[in-house]
Design a protein around this ligand. Structure first.
Ligand SMILES: [Ca+2]
Ligand SMILES: [Ca+2]
Length: 220
């Protein structure tokens, strides 16, 4: 009797130990309705700040269907670093759950099916075909911000990258923006002339990095 109990306890211990090892390797930390599975791939050493609702998360990701491995989306295909506000319904439901409690530098694989692949609002991410079954997102958290990042306007306007903004470049930029922020009675040409009157201090016909008064450093 005693020996049987000892063997049973021993067997149970080994079983639990094996289970612990598996959990340490795969770290299933999310469950939900069964259609979300989170696997920790890499954990950053600094674990002071964890992502929470209301944070702006700058992320990198690639996404594929698990059956064929076909990639259907990635953050690199977007022009700027990809960011969104967590908890605001701007991303797929599975992202909201899968990207909480993450530290900068963490990498996670998030497996999603069904309703976890839909969102309340339009999203910049590609919505996968639910009928094709499970998809996996390979996420890396790059930065946590309290407010949306300010775009580097100088870099956006300096199309040829020569560290000068020409009038042509500024016009192209404003045209692409739909003239946002300019007075309605101003033509594009005269608006740009007015800006150059102020900003082109040495009057060489271009606005240099030093002359440019707007946002000119990357926040991301
Ligand atoms: Ca330029
Ligand atoms: Ca100048």
């Amino acid at each position: 009797m005693a020996r049987f109990q000892m063997i049973a306890v021993l067997f149970l211990s080994v079983f639990l130990l094996m289970n612990t090892v598996v959990c340490d390797e795969e770290k299933f930390t999310g469950e939900g309705d069964g259609s979300i599975r989170i696997v920790t791939v890499e954990e950053a050493e600094n674990r002071e700040q964890k992502s929470k609702d209301g944070d702006f998360l700058v992320i990198k990701y690639t996404a594929e269907y698990t059956d064929t491995g076909e990639q259907f989306d990635k953050s690199d295909s977007k022009s700027d670093p990809f960011y969104f506000k967590l908890g605001d319904g701007q991303v797929l439901s599975g992202w909201e759950k899968g990207l909480r409690g993450m530290c900068v530098g963490d990498k996670r694989d998030v497996y999603l099916t069904g309703n976890e692949l839909s969102s309340d609002k339009p999203t910049a991410a590609v919505t996968p075909d639910k009928e094709r079954g499970e998809v996996v997102y390979h996420f890396e958290l790059i930065k946590i911000l309290e407010k949306p990042p300010t775009p580097n306007l100088f870099k956006k306007m300096d199309f040829d990258g020569d560290n000068q903004i020409s009038k042509t470049e500024m016009k192209a930029f404003f045209s692409a923006q739909g003239l946002g922020g300019l007075k309605e009675d101003e033509s594009l040409d005269s608006a740009v002339e007015n800006i150059f009157d102020f900003q082109d201090k040495d009057k060489d016909g271009t606005i240099s990095f030093e002359e440019f008064p707007g946002q000119k450093h990357d926040e991301l």
